[in-house]
Design a protein around this ligand. Structure first.
Ligand code: PEP
Ligand code: MG
Length: 581
């Protein structure tokens, strides 16, 4: 067999932070040479049966995997197994494959593969992370059925030695259980994104992982030495002695740091001189709850509800939305959860069947988030009623995304009042005093935040969008990513203006954009007066450490000095200097 290229560094997507060094346990993809074979008329029934048996075997495998997942990770983690089971049960899969076998007189393998390819192709046309992930799921399901049809076996994680690093094209639900059983040190995959299920599993297992490496399985050999650098999203194959030595040292530092940070878990996010802030988490899907609770966060500062609208091919009902919110709110007690209303637009809402909604050429500047909700008040009120009902089960606050003016915020609040009235008519209880906040993430809202703050109970700064709209750069476009500049004076002035505006109106101000999670900005934001930091669970201990190591006066001095500089380099110098002392 041809020796694969020995190479150095590959860049992928960070799935779970940390560094792992070990030997590769390579799970190579089977190469299927799928050619149509003619099936005699009298054998057609046997062929369709063969397909059905293969599907039922895969289903059995998945049901067993699901049981194991519940035992090991808990119920919240069955989403991937459930999704795969649902795909297997989809009558379209059965119908299309069987129709092909019967009508075209072809073998089950060919009928299956061409059907899967058609679905994959249709998903490829949609440029969206969610659909890219679903495409990977469909391919994974196809391969599983194919393995049954061809009795093909691939290397199994069950045989992976402890401390190995798994290199694989993708990982399915049963693989994730085995990763835990085998105590592998880390994993890397060809596919997967930042929010893919495998990435979330890796975070939960607390093992370093890099995904989305495109063809790492094609350029590595079984038992090659590999470094997985989950902090930078890179992997190094067969590193030289010096690189290995450096990484080993870094590994030791990280282990010690982790131990130190763990000690902070139950301590307050409070400065040396007793100034207390709230350190909360962002949540995108329920699977993240365990990590959030373990992080020591005091609440959820941003619950992105979009996944409830994306997980099925239809509009979710009030009850379905209520159940999701209720579970998260319950689990977070005694802390509060800020639930953000729907922030979607463009092709992501095509499946919701909204009357008169047309594709747009620039959805990010189109009918999205609060604009969409105001245009479709019934959809909006359904979500609001679901959130209001959940408010009876714990501590809930509501937040409207992409507010551009006070009148828009007032319109949203009027619909909230109507939703409350509808619940009163139904005799359904909710928190009558529920707080309502505005996300400040559009420059027009930032510059009028003094007026919005009078109408809101709190403000939450969405720096991801605020920065993108301040510089007119698409935050997903890598070619202009270099312009994404949180420390640009324009951004810092906007932040200071928003925080002051909130405080002058007697309201608290939080931040849930990624800027809140970067420790280089923590002291400056603290000094500007930020009251709440909402960050991914992995960032909680690091941010807490910075807060606990500075006094509020030192932070205020730093913020003042930073705002007195007018270029990024001198601002960076001021910050660096402050971190050295
Ligand atoms: C933001 O824009 O900063 C934010 C937190 O919202 P999202 O990333 O969901 O747009
Ligand atoms: Mg945003």
């Amino acid at each position: 067999m041809e020796q694969k290229v020995k190479t150095d560094v590959f860049k992928g997507v960070i799935a779970s932070s940390g560094i792992a060094i070990g030997k590769i346990y390579l799970i190579e993809e089977e190469e299927y040479c799928i050619v149509p074979k003619k099936i005699q008329k009298q054998n057609i029934k046997k062929e369709t049966e063969r397909f059905k048996i293969a599907v039922s075997k895969v289903k059995e495998e998945l049901i067993n995997a699901k049981k194991e997942i519940i035992k090991i990770f808990g119920k919240a983690h069955t989403l991937l197994a459930d999704a795969h089971i649902l795909m297997l049960e989809d009558p379209l899969l059965d119908r299309d494959v069987i129709r092909k076998i019967v009508e075209e007189n072809v073998n089950a393998e060919y009928a299956l593969w061409t059907t899967i390819e058609k679905v994959v192709l249709s998903f490829e046309k949609i440029d969206d992370e969610y659909f890219r992930e679903r495409k990977n799921d469909i391919q994974e399901i196809g391969k599983r059925i194919m393995r049954q049809l061809t009795s093909n076996k691939r290397r199994s994680i069950t045989d992976a030695p402890n401390d190995a690093i798994v290199v694989s094209h993708n990982l399915g639900p049963s693989d994730t259980v085995k990763l835990k059983e085998r105590m592998v040190a880390g994993f890397v995959t060809d596919v997967g994104g930042r929010t893919s299920h495998i990435a979330l599993f890796a975070q939960d297992l607390d093992i370093p992982a890099v995904v989305g490496l495109k063809n790492i399985t094609g350029v590595t050999n079984h038992e090659d030495v590999i470094i997985v650098d989950g902090n930078q999203g890179i992997v190094i194959i067969n590193p030289d002695e010096q690189t290995l030595e450096n990484y080993r040292r870094e590994c030791d530092i990280q282990i010690n740091e982790k131990k130190e940070l763990q000690k902070l878990r139950d301590l307050p996010a409070q400065t040396k001189d007793g100034h207390r802030v709230t350190l909360a988490c962002n949540i995108d899907t329920p699977e993240e709850m365990k990590a959030i609770i373990n992080s020591g966060a005091e609440g959820i500062g941003l619950f992105r509800t979009e996944f409830i609208f994306l997980r099925e091919n239809r509009m979710p009902t009030e009850d379905e939305q209520y159940e999701v919110c209720r579970d998260i709110v319950h689990k977070m007690l005694p802390y509060s959860v800020i639930i953000r209303t729907l922030d979607l637009g463009g092709d992501k809402v095509m499946h919701l069947g909204l009357e008169g909604f047309n594709p747009e050429s620039n959805p990010f500047l189109g009918l999205r988030a609060i604009r969409l909700c105001l245009k479709y008040p019934e959809m909006f009120k359904t979500q609001l009623r679901a959130i209001l009902r959940a408010s009876k089960e714990g501590k809930v606050k509501i937040m409207f995304p992409m507010i551009s003016s006070v009148s828009e915020f007032q319109m949203a609040k009027r619909l909230l009042e109507t939703a409350k009235q509808e619940l009163r008519t139904r005799n359904v209880e909710f928190d009558e005093k529920i707080e309502v906040g505005a996300m400040i993430e559009i420059p027009s809202a930032a510059l009028t935040s003094d007026i919005i703050a009078k109408e809101a109970d709190f403000l939450s700064i969405g720096t991801n969008d605020l920065i993108q709209y301040t510089f007119a750069i698409d935050r997903m476009n890598e070619t202009v990513a270099y312009m994404y500049e949180p420390l640009h004076l324009s951004v810092l002035r906007l932040l200071k203006h928003i925080i002051d505006a909130g405080h002058n109106a007697g309201k608290w101000v939080g931040m849930c954009g990624e800027m809140a999670a970067d420790i280089s900005f923590t002291s400056v934001l603290l000094g500007m007066g930020l009251d709440e930091f909402s960050v991914p669970p992995s960032a909680v201990p690091r941010i807490k450490k910075v807060i606990r190591n500075i006094s509020i006066e030192e932070a205020k001095d730093l913020a003042r000095e930073v705002l007195n500089n007018n270029d990024k380099d001198s601002i960076l110098n001021v910050i660096r200097k402050s971190q050295l002392v």
